[in-house]
Write a protein that binds this ligand. Structure first.
Ligand code: SF4
Length: 321
């Protein structure tokens, strides 16, 4: 079922498309049971080619939409749709070679593939229509570290950007804390009707990335590696899903060094070609505003940054981040 999940909820549209896709595949198979028209019966020229063109055009479109809705990139979804529909077209022709009243035809296969290619080329050019419903505002992928910072930054940027939240924080430990913060983020996403994409919580891999820096102080090189990991993953998702901008709520916290985050953001912009929205969200009382908003919404506010090294036993806890 993971394929159908979006925002940790069932993606109803993907389920609907999937059901229709299965129906369409069986419909194509059912058509194979119908005897071909005898050659002496008048029929429009190329009728069977037009039928193949249409059937496989629709099939490839459904496959494309299904994969696109389940968080795959546009190009990736197009390639999957093309190979899947090609395979199915070959399979159908192969079956026909065994049926006494039908014939396998290479030209039928070509007609089907032509239909798929034209539909997928149109999806490639116009595929952005699903993403750019709001033409006025550029699309921004906002990396969100916690609900409190996220709610403030979203409310600040919503007027000028179409925001999608991205929760990717493999640094968080223990898992219960990760889930607690996630639960609040989901609450905020629902309340403000924002799409939320979940990244993996691969804490072991994160530990490998910061190996040797465990004892570094906060605001030091461990944190820099931690920011880099989170921003790199964010920009990769932003690129894959054709966002115009990416940024992070990490700059809300006065405990985080803005210049380090800024430099990493621009490094990522250069490396991946997606624009980094460089903004120090703690400015103009941003941090205090985020605390005020959190209190109004009764959001959980953590008292340590996230990793086990910022939460060592005996270490005095920060008041609120
Ligand atoms: S203290 Fe915070 S920013 Fe630094 S490594 Fe730990 S989780 Fe990452």
């Amino acid at each position: 079922m993971f394929l159908f999940k979006k925002n940790n909820e069932i993606n109803k549209m993907a389920v609907f498309v999937f059901v229709f896709l299965i129906f369409w595949k069986f419909f194509i198979l059912w058509l194979l049971t119908i005897q071909e028209l005898p050659s002496n019966v008048p029929a429009p020229i190329f009728l069977d080619k037009i039928i193949h063109f249409s059937l496989f055009g629709v099939l490839s479109f459904l496959i494309f939409v299904f994969f696109y809705l389940t968080n795959n990139g546009k190009f990736e979804s197009i390639m999957i749709a093309f190979f899947w529909s090609s395979f199915y077209a070959i399979f159908c022709e192969y079956i026909q070679s065994f049926l006494p009243y039908r014939n396998a035809s290479f030209f039928d296969f070509l007609a089907g593939m032509l239909g798929a290619m034209i539909i997928l080329a149109a999806a490639f050019v116009k595929g952005g229509i699903w993403e750019h419903k709001d033409k006025r505002n550029p699309r921004l992928l906002l990396h969100i570290c916690c609900a409190g910072c996220g709610v403030y930054v979203s409310s600040l940027l919503q007027k000028n950007y179409k925001i999608v939240l991205y929760y990717y924080n493999p640094n968080m430990h223990p898992k219960a804390e990760y889930k607690k913060r996630l639960k609040e983020v989901v609450r905020v996403a629902k309340k403000y009707k924002l799409e939320l994409i979940l990244g993996p919580h691969s804490h072991d891999k994160w530990l490998e990335k910061i190996r040797g820096m465990e004892n570094e102080p906060e605001r030091g090189i461990r944190c820099e590696a931690c920011f880099r990991d989170r921003l790199e993953k964010t920009v990769q998702v932003a690129k894959k899903r054709n966002f115009d901008f990416f940024t992070t709520t990490l700059t809300v916290s006065p405990h985080k060094n803005f210049d380090i985050i800024k430099n990493i953001g621009f490094d990522m912009e250069k490396k991946y070609g997606v624009r980094f929205l460089c903004q120090d969200f703690k400015k103009d009382g941003g941090f205090q505003k985020s605390i005020k908003l959190s209190k109004e919404l009764d959001l959980y506010r953590q008292n340590y940054c996230g990793c086990e090294f910022s939460r060592q036993v005996g270490k005095p806890k920060m008041k609120s981040l």
